[in-house]
Design a protein around this ligand. Structure first.
Ligand code: UDP
Length: 330
């Protein structure tokens, strides 16, 4: 019998590329797919010559054709930072809806198991804390973040419909804030934002009063959770994230210490619908996957900062999303 084949969409992105590495390491044949709208070729450069890796440049909102059998599909294509999906709202909606529909069709035709990347954003600005999988969420459908949140909510619905109606094997991971090497330095998210600012000698921009919370999961832990979920027999959504919660203000202080910057923090307007608190309840993942995060924030942030430190000046000073001032503020 040949190797099992896995198709990974969003393969040139942050999580997608780490998943490619993991499945190659586990002895799978990996087909990466990306249209590079937010992904980066350099994230896959090290796999290009690998005998078990191939790549197809394709926009999955268009019909997808794959030769041969596909055992697993991991759907990780989507803009994922608030500032990205504000800039490309229609593509964000399309990849979560039409893209997912195409992949479900492919999974049905090939008899593949499909895992979709959902998100803590399906909980919106949550009224339940920490967030459990049975919480339905508090999302503003027509707000600027709605394009991402509702695309992901629709993605969950259509996935469950294909599962129930066509009997397709599906898995749904709800990913909470995840970080690590290969994040885009200028994608606007708080970790690359603060680290990039420290490296450029700029002040760190805190949005709002900085009392909003997030819980950051290191990428290796996230990938391990996703891997276990794919191979499990559980079809309902599962939170994967690190429950260790911190305010953005305290986090900025941690980054100042870690990076040794002499800059200070400055305050900017809070973006519309920015969730005030976020912490995954991971009891379900612990129970059914025997999974919990292993890498603490201190260690994970050091590895991530080392990665950003070693990027070229070109990357560091790229203007894309560098000026965050008051984007989309109330
Ligand atoms: N944030 C900030 N300064 C920045 C970028 C982000 O204070 O330069 C805040 C943002 O308002 C949010 C949190 O950090 O409350 C996390 O933002 P991120 O964009 O990383 O992801 P989110 O969890 O909102 O999807």
């Amino acid at each position: 019998m040949g190797l099992k084949t896995v198709l990974i969409t969003g393969a040139a992105g942050f999580l997608g590329s780490h998943l490619c590495d993991r499945f190659i390491k586990e002895g799978y044949k990996v087909i990466g797919m990306d249209n590079y709208i937010t992904g980066d070729k350099k994230n896959l450069a090290h796999l290009q010559e690998h005998a078990n890796f191939s790549f197809i440049e394709h926009d999955i909102t268009e019909f997808i054709e794959i030769e041969g059998s596909v055992d697993y599909i991991l759907h990780f294509a989507s803009p994922a930072s608030p500032i990205d999906y504000l800039k490309i709202p229609i593509q964000t909606l399309k990849v979560g809806s039409l893209g997912t529909h195409n992949l479900l069709g492919l999974a049905k035709a090939k008899g593949s198991r499909l895992l979709i990347a959902s998100t803590s954003e399906v909980y919106g600005d949550p009224l339940v804390h920490p967030q459990t999988e049975d919480y339905y969420g508090n999302v503003n459908t027509i707000g600027p973040r709605g394009v991402y949140d509702e695309a992901k909510r629709f993605q969950e619905s259509i996935t469950m419909a294909y599962h129930r109606f066509h009997g397709i094997e599906t898995r749904i991971v709800r990913i909470f804030n995840t970080y690590g090497p290969r994040m885009r330095l200028n994608d606007g998210r708080v970790i690359p934002a603060f680290m990039g600012q420290a490296l450029r000698g700029e002040d760190l921009t805190i949005f709002g009063k900085g009392l909003q919370t997030r819980s950051f999961c290191y990428v290796d832990d996230q990938v391990e959770g996703i891997y276990r979920l794919l191979l499990s027999d559980y079809s309902y959504p599962v939170n994967i994230g690190n429950p260790h919660e911190i305010t953005i203000k305290d986090f900025a202080e941690e980054i100042i210490k870690l990076t040794g910057t002499t800059q200070k923090v400055i305050y900017k307007d809070l973006p519309v619908d920015d969730p005030m608190q976020r912490q995954p309840d991971i009891s379900l993942a612990k129970k059914i996957l025997n999974w919990e995060p292993k890498v603490g924030r201190g260690e994970g942030m050091r590895i991530t900062f080392d990665y950003f430190k070693n990027l070229s000046d070109d990357e560091l000073y790229k203007s894309e999303h560098k000026d965050f001032s008051g984007y989309n503020s109330k």
